[in-house]
Design a protein around this ligand. Structure first.
Ligand code: GLN
Length: 290
């Protein structure tokens, strides 16, 4: 079903919504993702009063979403139930973190460093919505994939995303903590990516209310210094990676030196950092060399 609106109706609606709170970029995200008006048509509306657009949802439905976002800080992605990420759109829910833009880069950093012609096993530790697993399975269709999470609700969500976005590809979901459920594949994993919880306890309450009030704490909190999960993953990496296998981790803005040191101290080589789109050292990469 489509709902037709004139430019004037949409522009007036936008003004009314912004009085309630929130930012223009968020409102335009809602019009795009839930309403189906892309950026180009949004610009056209602003310059051509005779222009009219078809929406996927009536404006009343978008108003309800915006009200909930403004009044209760529920992230728009959760309210809409979808989130574009890389070249696909994921189903999202409060069972897992909303996939962040910076994490898109982690997948490219990994893919640029492996020999894609050699077939192997990849793993996404702490898969959440399955974002990284979907990206890896689509980029490496001949490989065998393993998406791990300790939360059954997250695994159910990841499964729906993998089934829809990566059908007919060899991936499996595993329930458990980090490497533990992958025991049969220890020593065979050629590419392992993780975006573990890394927010230090004390910093948590200072994050945006949308994050603090609605995203799963288990996917965010990394203990006193934020590195509990990273330490666990790095501790067993040498044992679990294949010879030459690559480990890629995301971490907080000020954890680079400590994560690189942990990688070296646990016997990994070719240790390097990479920065996110803001120039912040956000990723750590290392290989099992012996
Ligand atoms: N980047 C996320 C945030 O700042 C945290 C992700 C994580 O802990 N892995 O909200």
């Amino acid at each position: 079903m489509k709902y037709m609106y004139s430019a004037e109706e949409i522009l007036n609606w936008k003004k009314l919504q912004l009085v309630k709170g929130g930012r223009l970029t968020q409102l335009e995200w809602l019009l795009d993702i839930a309403g189906g008006i892309d950026w180009q048509n949004l610009q056209k509306l602003k310059i051509d009063p005779c222009f009219s657009v078809e929406l996927n949802e009536p404006l009343e439905a978008l108003t309800d979403i915006w009200d909930c976002y403004c009044e209760e800080n529920v992230p728009l992605q959760y309210l809409v139930g979808r989130c574009p990420w890389r070249d696909f759109e994921l189903e999202v829910s409060a069972a897992a973190l909303i996939p962040r833009q910076e994490t898109e880069l982690l997948v490219d950093l990994a893919l640029n460093r492996i020999d894609k012609t050699v077939i192997g096993h990849w793993s996404d530790l702490g898969t959440g919505s399955g974002a990284i697993a979907v990206a890896l399975s689509r980029a490496l269709p001949g490989w065998t994939g393993h998406a791990v999470d300790i939360s059954q609700d997250a695994l159910d969500l990841a499964e729906r995303n993998l089934k829809r976005l990566s059908p007919n590809i060899n991936w499996t979901l595993h329930s458990g903590s980090w490497w533990e459920p992958l025991k049969p594949w220890w020593g065979l994993l050629s590419l392992v990516i993780a975006n573990p919880p890394y927010i230090p306890t004390e910093l948590f309450s200072k994050l945006e209310p949308e994050v603090v009030d609605h995203e799963p704490r288990s996917a965010l909190l990394g203990g006193i210094d934020g590195l509990d999960a990273s330490r666990e993953i790095i501790r067993d990496a040498k044992h679990c990676l294949s010879l030459g296998g690559l480990l890629c981790l995301e971490h907080h803005y000020d954890q680079s030196d400590r994560v690189l040191e942990l990688l070296r101290a646990n016997g990994l080589g070719d240790v390097e950092y990479a920065s996110d789109l803001d120039g912040v050292r956000r990723f750590a990469l290392a290989k099992r060399l012996n």
